[in-house]
Design a protein around this ligand. Sequence first.
Ligand SMILES: Nc1ncnc2c1ncn2[C@@H]1O[C@H](COP(=O)(O)OP(=O)(O)OP(=O)(O)O)[C@@H](O)[C@H]1O
Length: 243
Amino acid sequence: METTIRVEKLKKSYGNTTIVNNIDISVKSGEVFGLLGANGAGKSTTIECILGTRKPDNGTISILGMNPQTDRKKLFEYVGVQFQEANYQDKICVSELCEETQCLYKEVTDYNELLKLFGLIEKVNSPVSELSGGQKQKLFIVLALIPNPKVVFLDELTTGLDTRARHDVWKCLSDLKQKGLTIFLTSHFMDEVEALCDKIMILKKGNIVFNGTVEEAIKNSPYENFEDVYLWYAEEEKIDESI
Ligand SMILES: Nc1ncnc2c1ncn2[C@@H]1O[C@H](COP(=O)(O)OP(=O)(O)OP(=O)(O)O)[C@@H](O)[C@H]1O
């Protein structure tokens, strides 16, 4: 399997504070990779450095063999990004926003199919501003998938979605993975990580504290429940077993 995302010795500091400390990441084609860590651990900074929207202090990054800083235009034909908040006009409706996104790319997926897949088709003519938080979140995933990408970056994948919607999103992403999509995600939901991720990396204050599979993470910890396992790696304090 070819390596789709390769990051070597990525480092980013603000002033004297190191936010991301010498991180190496390797994601193979068709894999789902989960970057985990507490609030402020450095996940979004890592993603922004990988995408070239933030300048790292050090490190080599390649996506699909391209450099996100210098091959930006070509690379983003193949890369989808889920934004937490997109910039859109106040009154724009769902179909218009999808069409605007389609115009940015040469080869696109039919957005109506994606809206159907994500249960949003009945909102196609609604103003985006009238969607619920969860519906907007799903729409941002749809926008990320419109370019028919080979790789997709999903930051806080299902934050704000209800249980049904989260499961629907997992199903959609599993189907897209079967078709060869490489997925790089961050999530605070360990059930989601267990359901989707082939490989995970746990960051603690910008340092890698675990890199491997969920099964390996469990095996190398004193716990069996993955949420306990995650906390054991990611948190400073030991878990109080009486809780
Ligand atoms: N422009 C900036 N200047 C100074 N510090 C910053 C800047 N951007 C981010 N940080 C700091 O970097 C740290 C990591 O932030 P980051 O957003 O990468 O964390 P995260 O793991 O994505 O957190 P969350 O789970 O809350 O989204 C935080 O302490 C944040 O305050």
